[in-house]
Design a protein around this ligand. Structure first.
Ligand code: SAM
Ligand code: SF4
Length: 331
């Protein structure tokens, strides 16, 4: 059945944006090397961030316009106080088909039961190493055991979590087959993510392990059978005979999927970003606080969506254009 999407969510290339990713905070209980600069990011005063009430109001507007999937991210979404109530309130919108979250997993053991009761549908959990020393090297903080505990709890509660692994050459790429093996007996999708450039993360192509290489390395050990994807899938997905879980690859750098992009992003300080890699932003927070009507807000969203480019600038150019560090966008 064709879905009704407001024209404000449709860009000049005909892409309908029905998926909104909302960053709940700029804070995090880890300091991942690929996500934020070593010195951290300056903390904005709290009044510059959207309140939970404002997030709810904007989410309701986007859902009225045709958004059908919302993902909560950050920073680390579980450090935001009141996340459980927000999940319950968002989940109460009947038009919303999927309410998802991306988390580093540290606080899952504590918070997941309540989030599950509140109706959280889908969970992505980030994990880059099974070695506690390497985990701490990448995340600049310890926490492996807690993440693993969180993953097992998610499975026990009936989730089929995606495990996000950013592959970094010379750091964790020797663990790729261990990650594949993790999906042998667990109902998870292990997703290998190509390392992407963001402000302050000292990205170099030397650290990037391209999808093609990963496919070869894993394919020389396992039979990878491609799975049919949905129209907006970012992952190239595979099953392995005899495995309970599946494997996916997010190939943002070597094979971008911009032509089927349906994602918009709302930063914790209330800026709408139409592309993960694009510096263009518009402040919905300022408009909201200045008393903008729904019509005014829709006009702002429309103008931003219409400015969206056909695809990102490519990995030769991206490291040289200004953008936020990943922690201030939310992935
Ligand atoms: N704190 C949560 C977490 O880590 O899952 C949510 C926010 S985090 C910014 C969202 C996702 O972006 C994580 O899976 C993280 O691994 C990924 N990510 C961060 N920086 C990245 C980079 N430079 N390249 C590729 N993925 C990145
Ligand atoms: Fe925090 Fe997630 Fe960024 Fe790591 S990737 S520093 S856990 S926001």
């Amino acid at each position: 059945m064709a879905m009704r999407v407001h024209p404000a969510l449709v860009d000049t290339f005909g892409r309908a944006h029905t998926y909104l990713r909302i960053a709940l905070t700029e804070r995090c209980n880890l300091r991942c090397v690929y996500c934020m600069p070593e010195e951290g990011v300056p903390q904005r005063p709290r009044e510059e961030l959207l309140t939970l009430e404002e997030i709810h109001e904007l989410a309701r507007l986007f859902v009225r316009l045709g958004v059908r999937k919302i993902r909560l991210t950050g920073g680390e979404p579980l450090v935001r106080r009141g996340v459980e109530e927000l999940v319950a309130r968002l989940r109460a919108m009947p038009e919303l088909e999927t309410l998802a979250m991306t988390t580093n997993g540290l606080l899952l053991a504590e918070k997941l039961p309540a989030l599950h009761r509140a109706g959280l549908d889908q969970l992505n959990i980030s994990l880059d190493s099974f070695d506690p020393v390497k985990f701490s090297l990448i995340a600049r903080r310890p926490g492996l055991e807690r993440v693993l505990e969180g993953i097992e709890l998610a499975i026990a509660l009936g989730y089929r979590p995606r495990i996000n692994c950013v592959v970094l050459r010379g750091i964790n790429d020797d663990e790729v087959l261990d990650f594949v093996a993790f999906a042998r007996t667990r109902p998870v999708e292990v997703r290998f993510i190509e390392y992407m450039p963001f402000e302050g993360n000292r990205w170099t192509t030397d650290r990037l392990v391209p999808y093609g290489e990963l496919l070869e390395r894993i394919g020389s050990v396992y039979r990878l059978e491609p799975l049919a994807g949905g129209p907006h899938d970012t992952a190239k997905r595979f099953r392995i005979p005899g495995f309970v879980g599946t494997i996916g690859f997010i190939t943002s750098m070597t094979e971008h999927f911009c032509s089927t992009c349906n994602r918009l992003r709302l930063t914790a300080d209330g800026h709408l970003k139409v592309c993960l890699f694009g510096p263009q932003e518009v402040s919905l927070r300022d408009a909201l606080r200045a008393g903008a009507s729904e019509e005014d807000l829709v006009a702002l969203i429309d103008a931003a969506v219409k400015r969206k480019k056909a695809h990102h600038a490519g990995m030769e150019v991206l490291p040289h254009i200004p953008n936020r560090p990943m922690i201030l966008i939310g992935g």
